[in-house]
Design a binder for this molecule. Structure first.
Ligand SMILES: NC(=O)c1ccc[n+]([C@@H]2O[C@H](COP(=O)([O-])OP(=O)(O)OC[C@H]3O[C@@H](n4cnc5c(N)ncnc54)[C@H](O)[C@@H]3O)[C@@H](O)[C@H]2O)c1
Length: 269
């Protein structure tokens, strides 16, 4: 292993997973630690973050857990302070939190619209707002915001609030990148395609109108893979590898960019 993040302090939000298996935030936290990073694993669900931390500790990595809410400013201030106290600063901020709810404009309630937009936009705004001063103090930092291909492409199922929130990640990130580039802080977005995670399983349940027990997940996976040019769905590790590149100095001249991690899906009709 090349240890591309040796000694770096990394704050990962949504570092747990909503179900068994590998979510994007969980895989990123583990991969960052394997590459030598000191990781603050933040999650609303402490047990989920602890599970990720146990994996990291089991591999000899360095990690601390912070049970916090990225939509609560006080909690975000505390998680940033916890990272600085534990590791001396923040080199990388990985904003992974995002929630999903299916719905067209006709069947999305105002309450759901407000909830999804509130969580999915504050999830990158607040951690950036409070981690940036730490990065500016050092004159260096990398911010990675998790968007989605569905912010820009209609994948067939209606997710109007989610898609709107994920599109906004890119405009926010580009503005951030342009504002702080001269001060050494980079900001980029990752746009995952169809990724096989517990969250995607949940999305299948939401749009199928069936119960979990009634769904043939293998058949669903085959149908999904067939429409992807690479003929497979992605994994959380595919997203984590892109995040590692953006976190590391290998991407030193890249800011304000978007990386699609989607097996070529964005190129299809
Ligand atoms: N799986 C896919 O196919 C896919 C595709 C495109 C984009 N994405 C994006 O990937 C990201 C999520 O990936 P994941 O696999 O890690 O999801 P996940 O839902 O498994 O894990 C996210 C974690 O975030 C935590 N969380 C939720 N709200 C929080 C809050 N307010 N404060 C702190 N923690 C909170 C949850 O407890 C959970 O452990 C999202 O931004 C999502 O939009 C996923």
């Amino acid at each position: 292993m090349s240890r591309r993040l040796e000694g770096k302090s990394v704050l990962v939000t949504g570092a747990g997973s909503m179900g068994p298996g590998w979510g994007n935030g969980k895989a990123a936290a583990v991969l960052f630690a394997r590459e030598g990073a000191k990781v603050l694993a933040v999650d609303l669900n402490k047990a989920a973050a602890e599970e990720t931390a146990e994996i990291i500790r089991g591999e000899g990595g360095r990690v601390e857990v912070f049970a916090g809410n990225v939509t609560d400013e006080g909690s975000v201030k505390s998680m940033v302070a916890a990272c600085v106290d534990a590791f001396g600063g923040i080199d990388v901020l990985h904003n992974n939190v995002g929630i999903l709810k299916a719905g067209s404009p006709l069947d999305t309630t105002v309450e759901d619209w407000d909830r999804i937009l509130n969580i999915n936009t504050k999830a990158f705004f607040l951690p950036c707002k409070h981690a940036l001063p730490q990065m500016l103090k050092r004159g260096a930092g990398s911010i990675i915001n998790i968007s989605s291909i569905s912010g820009f492409r209609n994948l067939g199922a209606p997710y109007i609030a989610y898609n709107t929130s994920k599109g906004s990640v890119v405009s926010f990130t580009r503005n951030l990148a342009a504002t702080y580039a001269a001060q050494g802080v980079r900001a980029n977005s990752i746009l995952p395609g169809i990724i096989d995670t517990p969250m995607a399983r949940d999305a299948t349940i939401q749009t199928s109108g069936k119960s979990e027990a009634e769904i043939d997940f293998d058949a669903v996976a085959k149908t999904r893979a067939a429409r992807i040019p690479m003929k497979r769905t992605g994994t959380a590790w595919d997203i984590a590898q892109a995040a590692l590149f953006l976190a590391s100095d290998d991407s030193a001249y890249i800011t304000g960019s978007e990386i699609y991690v989607d097996g070529g899906l964005n190129c299809t009709a």
